[in-house]
Design a protein around this ligand. Structure first.
Ligand SMILES: Nc1ncnc2c1ncn2[C@@H]1O[C@H](COP(=O)(O)OP(=O)(O)OP(=O)(O)O)[C@@H](O)[C@H]1O
Ligand SMILES: [Mg+2]
Length: 370
């Protein structure tokens, strides 16, 4: 079985330890400190939170993923589902149903697993006060067993129509829950900053920030070597460094490349540099449709801006060299195109630079000589 996992939270043997981050996060959790976890996509934010929380004795984790949440109804639904997964005891479920009884939930029992689930009428108008009551319930339960409340992809709270009042409710409750740690994790930096660093936001400076980047190189190298060894595949440090370079040290992308590398190499073999090129082709084949679709969404200007960033880098996109290479006459048009590429999540801003969300997409553009 391929030991390299990507595109999902990794736990147990799949989780490469990040001792110093785990230690800091653990300390914050046990002292009831609220934490803001920020980092680019696929850097391992969710995995770090889950693995750290699992290690802390006498705490349980209420993990609420609000990725793409659209309505308050949806948010309440996700919180109640997470609560049901967190505590499967009947009396807990009964208490929960009582708290939300005014929302007239439909309770169903899965005939196969016996697990209960709750749903609400999607068209029902839910008052923000319901969120207040639910948070209060979680806090009351915290006095029985300690909870760690995690809101993952928290920036998507901004999708809600009435997000200002919802954020205000969250904040006003959270500040009274001083012994219960809340972890807010997210990756769309601009939006997370709007929530936590805008002085007008109720969340302004309400949580201590932890920045998640690449894994510690030496430890990640050993992890990768060990995984390959499980198939008697030998890989040396130089080849792993070449993988890091291709994947720009992003943990998820490193794992994806290793996964492809594993799939094209035999049992009991030595892996070398040339195998990396072949495994890139595996990734291109897997992603081709998505890349082509992405390209089809772009105007001519946007595509030229993108390919120019692929070739020249995204630091000085309004320089003479960039204008000349891209063939775009006005610097303002380049800026406009780059902004659109960020909106489409193809690029992201890192300090003053435009970077590719996926280093492999960039490699593909270069490979195809776009
Ligand atoms: N500690 C780790 N050990 C091994 N692989 C890791 C680790 N952290 C992250 N990864 C790799 O990165 C992938 C993404 O991890 P995870 O979902 O935790 O990241 P994330 O930052 O929450 O991503 P997203 O921004 O997409 O939510 C994993 O599937 C795995 O391939
Ligand atoms: Mg995540």
């Amino acid at each position: 079985m391929n030991p390299f996992k990507y595109g999902q939270i990794v736990t147990d043997v799949d989780f490469c330890p990040r001792r110093s981050l785990e230690k800091v996060l653990k300390e914050h959790i046990v002292s009831g400190q609220n934490v803001l976890i920020e980092g680019e996509r696929r850097t391992g934010k969710s995995s770090l939170i889950i693995n750290t929380a699992k290690e802390i004795k006498n705490y349980r984790i209420l993990y609420i993923d609000i990725n793409q949440v659209k309505t308050l109804n949806d948010l309440i639904n996700r919180i109640t589902s997470s609560l049901i997964s967190m505590d499967r005891q009947t009396h807990f479920f009964e208490k929960l149903v009582k708290v939300i009884s005014h929302l007239r939930p439909s309770v169903t029992i899965d005939s196969y697993t016996g697990n209960p689930s709750i749903s609400f009428n999607a068209n029902q108008v839910i008052h923000p006060k319901s969120l207040d009551q639910l948070l209060e319930f979680i806090y009351q339960e915290h006095s029985n067993k300690k909870n760690i409340v995690v809101f993952d992809e928290f920036q998507d709270i901004l999708n809600l129509n009435n997000y200002e009042s919802i954020v205000a409710i969250l904040r006003s409750r959270i500040q009274f829950h001083s012994s219960m740690p809340y972890i807010f994790s997210g990756s769309v930096r601009k939006n997370m900053d709007k929530i936590f660093y805008d002085p007008d936001s109720p969340f302004f400076k309400s949580a201590i920030k932890m920045e998640i980047g690449a894994l510690e190189k030496e430890i990640f190298r050993d992890y990768i070597k060990d995984k390959f060894l499980s198939g008697k595949k030998i890989i040396d440090t130089g080849v792993i460094n070449a993988i890091f370079l291709k994947a720009e040290e992003n943990p998820g992308d490193v794992q994806e490349l290793c996964n492809a590398l594993w799939s094209i190499t035999e049992y009991d073999t030595t892996i070398n540099q040339i195998d990396i090129e072949d495994s890139m082709e595996v990734i291109f084949a897997r992603e081709k449709e998505f890349y082509e679709h992405t390209i089809s969404l772009l105007t001519n200007h946007q595509l030229r801006c993108l390919t120019s960033i692929a070739y020249l880098g995204g630091k000085s996109i309004q320089s003479g060299e960039f204008l000349e290479y891209s063939g775009i006459v006005h610097a303002s048009s380049i800026k406009k195109a780059a902004t659109r590429l960020v909106d489409l999540k193809i690029l992201y801003n890192y300090k003053k630079e435009y970077r590719f969300n996926s280093p492999f997409f960039r490699s593909w553009l270069l490979y195809k000589k776009y």
